[in-house]
Design a protein around this ligand. Structure first.
Ligand code: B3K
Ligand code: ZN
Length: 852
């Protein structure tokens, strides 16, 4: 367990490590309870560092021996690491430690998953493997020898020899310890190869447990497309002879970009039409690309310290979003990304956990792998690109790779390449990295003598620790439409730099209809009172697909909120506009499916809160369902025809066009099930030949309070496939009535297939309850209690996942006094638990801070 008073680390305290690591050689003798790790590390004094004590991080290690230049030494060992007197010049450090991977339930450092050894070192897991300067600015080439009877022994870099019971690996590229990886197990490979544009033939392998090898083809295909794309779009080639991906079942997050040896959560590798949905396929493609792209943005150029995390994560998310857009549809991808940004990052920015894209302090860095660092970090890069243009961006990136290859860099370095490549001053823009919170952009307009003016005012609300803020640079993409729907001013980027600013458009014949923040050109909340008629006009005519969708979303939000606050009925005009869109065959089915999706209950609650109304989760739930039923009734006559037209008869293909048709078909089936008694969905479930259609049918039935027989059939068919069973667990809780969600969760936690120590299982059950808005925020506090019970149970074993899941509580200050008191009581209960981890205690106290 952790120290009583965990320490806060500050960006301002950064200082370089006193030594350079010239080379690392590690030998692992693997054994579940007593693995021996021998290290030989060449240190030389770092001329750029201030004098300091020689300190190596190390946690949960049993030091067996240590020597300097061959002479035994007795370092001073604490729970955090060791100090030792060292020579003033270069020296060779040798140490041997013992660790117990089988007892490692935190899944950080070296651990075991289903008989296989694997590692997770980012951010600070390497210190659980051996004593080392475990910080990203210490980069070194590694040589690794693994001794074990297991048949497959892998580490970073290129293979350097193997024999019975051993293998050696050399990684020539200097890397920080967080990119170290080791895997040993009984694994089989799905192989392929890729020849880089300069002619290097790279052997590719996706390693899985025997029996899973038939579900690797899509991951491999995604990898090859990523490698080609990074050459074509960023000019970046791969730099080793081989690239390995390993799938593991017990993993705290999605995947990890270890040099030459990516380790993945198996749910982001394994896919077949029978077991994976279209969303799974899209996610696999995106994450395979993300981890591969890290080879340049993260590995070749890494972060000086963990405060710079967005340097690699924001950029790599931005790159994977570009890639998915190129592979699929830019419009659909942008809409999906903004939906996620609002649901996760805006929510974070508006609550007690708000922090800057580059935080300036932390207690536990694992708590800062957040939507703000990742998704807002990517938005900030999107804004930079919009401001400097595509060519400026390309020049800046070339300079970044030229100037910083091999460096551990900072956000200052990153912005400097943009300044040098484009001649722009980015000092004001830098506020996006230091100021937390989502700016609010208020808009008004006027029309006089043929001149049209847009007035903007930005407000930057206070966030924890940041009461005052300065105006930011906001790129606002605007287009103007004529009342007949023609675009009279094509997309123009207005650059707002002041707190209040106006932009005038001359020479227009009639007062235009503005389309503002096209493509969601900045991560802000646009506050403009737009009459429903104008939204409907934009929904029908906007030439910018994002704003077209946005207009529909705003209309839907307005309709449902009027139902909540005024008891209104859904307006026929809205239903007509949505029905028109759903049936418009000139539009991409994926776009139509997105347009049919009503805003979520959490988004509606946030909107009410923003308007100063305390959200009632039950009323929101009821109104949203009534809106869905009204839409179903309006479309009922057309739905069977629409579904039939969208049904593909050929073999399954995971491509975007086919997935888009299935998405619209699934949305249509959900609506139809609300009016046909379930007949169509029951037939669709029975006839489904792929998981997307099967899940769509089951969801439609559960949404209408049916589907018990189908649930049983699904369980009987898939009980031995944990990844598919995760869907089975999650769906029942997601669709449970609010009054039953907590009980359903508790019942499912007693199910024999609920292995709560596995992060995927835990998320599929406890995470699903947090996602059932009205169920989690139930007035009697049962939702809060069940989630808190499980966080407390998981924390001693796996603090990282427990802390991550505690974000369920981040919105509680929005609700009424009774709910607040109940949520607060659970947070207090968590904080009072003896031996609480540093991870969960930091999260719970930040969350608690909101409530007063
Ligand atoms: N870099 C890893 C995330 C590590 C999380 C550590 N708690 C995966 C990624 O972002 O690509
Ligand atoms: Zn990443």
């Amino acid at each position: 367990m952790e120290d009583a008073a965990p320490q806060t680390i500050y960006l301002a305290d950064y200082r370089p490590f006193g030594w350079i690591v010239e080379e690392v050689a590690l030998t692992f003798r693997l054994s579940p309870d007593a693995t021996r790790v021998a290290s030989r590390i060449r240190f030389a004094p770092n001329p750029e560092a201030p004098p300091q004590e020689f300190f190596l991080q190390g946690e949960d290690l049993r030091l067996v021996s240590a020597a300097i230049d061959g002479r035994p030494v007795q370092p001073d060992v604490t729970a955090k690491g060791l100090t030792c007197a060292v020579p003033s010049g270069p020296f060779l450090w040798e140490a041997e430690v013992e660790i117990a991977p089988a007892a490692n339930t935190a899944l950080e450092g070296l651990y075991m998953s289903k008989g296989m050894y694997c590692t997770q070192c980012e951010a600070e897991g390497f210190r659980k493997i051996t004593f080392y300067p475990d910080r990203p600015d210490v980069m070194a080439p590694f040589k690794v020898r693994i001794e074990s009877d297991l048949p497959v022994l892998l580490s970073n870099g290129n293979p350097a020899g193997q024999g019975a019971g051993w293998a050696e690996w050399h990684d020539p590229w200097p890397k920080p310890a967080y990119l170290f990886a080791l895997v040993a197990g009984d694994l089989v490979a799905h192989r392929d190869s890729f020849t880089t544009r300069s002619g290097r033939k790279v052997g590719l392998a996706v390693w899985v447990r025997p029996g899973d090898q038939d579900r690797c083809a899509y991951a491999m295909d995604s990898l090859i497309r990523s490698m080609r794309w990074d050459e074509e779009v960023y000019g970046r080639e791969y730099d080793l002879d081989i690239f390995n991906i390993v799938a593991v079942d017990d993993f705290n997050m999605g995947a990890m970009e270890n040099k030459g040896l990516n380790i993945f959560n198996s749910k982001l590798v394994l896919a077949s039409p029978e077991t994976a949905t279209d969303d799974d396929y899209a996610r696999i493609e995106a994450v395979i690309a993300h981890e591969y792209f890290h080879n340049w943005t993260g590995n070749r150029i890494t972060c000086r310290d963990w405060f710079q995390l967005c340097l690699k994560e924001g950029l790599t998310v931005f790159r994977d979003q570009q890639f998915s857009g190129d592979m699929r549809s830019h419009a659909v991808k942008r809409i999906e990304d903004v939906v996620t940004l609002r649901a996760r990052q805006f929510r974070e920015d508006q609550g007690p956990l708000a922090h800057p894209v580059r935080p300036d302090s932390f207690v536990e860095i694992n708590n800062f792998y957040t939507a703000t660092v990742y998704e807002k970090g990517a938005e900030v890069i999107g804004m930079l690109k919009r401001l400097v243009g595509d060519e400026g961006y390309a020049r800046a990136l070339d300079l970044y790779f030229d100037r910083h290859d091999g460096d551990a860099a900072t956000i200052e370095d990153w912005l400097k390449v943009f300044e040098d490549a484009t001649g722009r001053d980015l000092s004001q823009f830098k506020r996006w990295y230091s100021q937390a919170g989502t700016p609010r952009l208020k808009v008004s307009d006027d029309w006089k003598d043929g001149s049209y003016t847009l007035h903007f005012r930005q407000e930057n609300p206070p966030t924890p620790g940041q009461p005052q803020k300065d105006p930011r640079v906001i790129p606002i993409a605007v287009g103007l439409l004529n009342p007949n729907g023609d675009e009279v001013v094509p997309t123009t980027v207005l650059e707002m730099t002041e707190a209040e600013q106006s932009f005038r458009f001359e020479g227009l014949a009639t007062r235009p209809i503005p389309s503002i923040l096209r493509g969601f050109s900045a991560p802000v909340v646009l506050e403009r009172q737009v009459p429903a008629q104008e939204q409907a006009f934009l929904l029908a005519h906007d030439t910018d697909p994002f704003n077209r969708w946005e207009a529909g979303r705003a209309l839907a939000r307005g309709e449902i909120l009027a139902m909540v606050t005024e008891g209104a009925a859904p307006s026929p005009q809205w239903l007509e506009a949505l029905a028109g869109l759903a049936l418009d065959e000139s539009l991409d089915p994926a776009f139509r499916a997105l347009a049919l999706r009503l805003p979520g209950e959490d988004e509606l609650a946030q909107t009410l809160h923003d308007r100063g109304v305390t959200p009632d989760p039950d009323a929101i739930h009821t109104a949203r369902r009534a809106a869905g039923r009204a839409l179903a009734t309006r479309l009922a006559p057309q739905l069977p025809g629409l579904i039939a037209a969208l049904t593909d008869r050929g073999p399954f293909s995971p491509d975007a066009a086919a997935a888009g048709r299935r998405a619209l078909k699934g949305a249509a089936l959900m609506l139809l099930t609300r009016t046909d008694g379930g007949a169509a969905a029951e037939a669709a479930f029975a006839a489904a030949t792929n998981m997307t259609d099967r899940i769509a049918a089951l969801s439609a039935l559960l949404d209408s309070g049916k589907g018990q027989a189908e649930l049983a059939a699904f369980e009987a068919q898939w009980q031995d496939n944990p990844l598919v069973m995760d869907k089975w667990f999650a769906l029942q809780i997601a669709f449970a009535a609010p009054a039953e969600a907590a009980e359903t969760t508790e019942r499912l936690t007693a199910h024999p297939r609920f292995d709560w120590k596995n992060p995927n299982r835990f998320r599929s059950v406890i995470g699903a309850l947090s996602g059932n808005h009205a169920g989690f925020h139930r007035a009697d506090g049962a939702g809060y209690r069940v989630v808190a019970d499980w966080l407390l149970k998981l924390d001693p074993l796996n603090p990282q996942t427990a802390a991550r899941m505690s974000t369920a509580f981040e919105t509680w200050a929005r609700y009424d006094a009774t709910r607040q008191a109940r949520a607060k009581a659970q947070l207090d209960r968590i904080l009072a638990a003896p031996g609480l981890s540093r991870d969960l205690s930091e999260m719970a106290s930040r969350l608690r801070g909101a409530a007063g």
